[in-house]
Design a protein around this ligand. Sequence first.
Ligand code: SIN
Length: 338
Amino acid sequence: MGHSVPLPLIRVLATGGTIAGAQTDRERGYRAAAFSVDALIAAVPQLATLAQIEVEQVAAIGSQDMDDATWLRLAARTQAALDSPAVAGVVITHGTDTMEETAFFLNLVVRSEKPVVLVGAMRPATAISADGPMNLYNALAVAAHPATRGRGVLVVANDEIHFAREIAKTNTTQVGTFASGHRGLAGLVNAGRLHLYAPPVRRHTAASEFSPLAAAAAGAQRLPRVDIVYAHAGMGRELIDAAVKAGARGLVIAGMGDGNLGAVALAAAAEAAKAGVAVVRSSRAGGGVVERNIEVDDDALGFIAADELNPQKARVLLLLGLTRTGDPRALQDLFFAY
Ligand code: SIN
């Protein structure tokens, strides 16, 4: 009898979300983060054919409650797992609402070539045709596969593999909610069988200047305050002024179209930039590049263009950038690099 090769060791870090959710006795309601990660894993015995699994419950929250302190703790626990020579990769169970933000944050602050895979579900664990068990199986398969090393943080859902930078939640309830509009998917995963596409071109993980997270930031409970202001027809200046007054060091504008604001709000944003607040123009349009100096004179007003990042991703990059610099030109360079 030949020796069998031991299965790779994957550490599963649990944070809650609908994947761990249970329906309530209300006809259509459910409560996120009701089940422990052990219960989720026990419900999918086939996981044992893919990997040896060790689990750690980092949080038990709906991802709407994800905050700086939990991000920093999750980053530290992810890094600790990756630094363990025995661990081949990490799977993180997470709610889908802020999954893209957590994935992008980790993509910028974790230092390793080993795979880190976020996974969630749109239907709670007790629902008819729950999507969590197959998503978890596929996520384990992706994290256990050596070819997924060096591709940055990934998200697995609905038989698709997404890059942290590209993924966005695009639908309130459907299982096919995630899309990677700009640069496309990282690959497909069909009942644990991987089909990988081209690796990402922008900087991430081991090549990120934010990894490992600076000791001062890692030990903190808070990251620099960055607010998002959503633009609309008839917009005034009040919300921009309020963000500045509340102490925002950065502002992301979810601008109309190509990252635009009406004249009144634009004047408020320009005043904020002049006062030293980093102002990033992103778009509420859901896709497309916001370039510099097209309809707005970014050079004159001291603004930063978000390039391809949606407002919530632009916020993540900006708050990390602000841990290093407040210079709009240096911050702009980050938006072209990551
Ligand atoms: C959450 O983000 O925690 C709730 C929604 C979900 O997981 O799909």
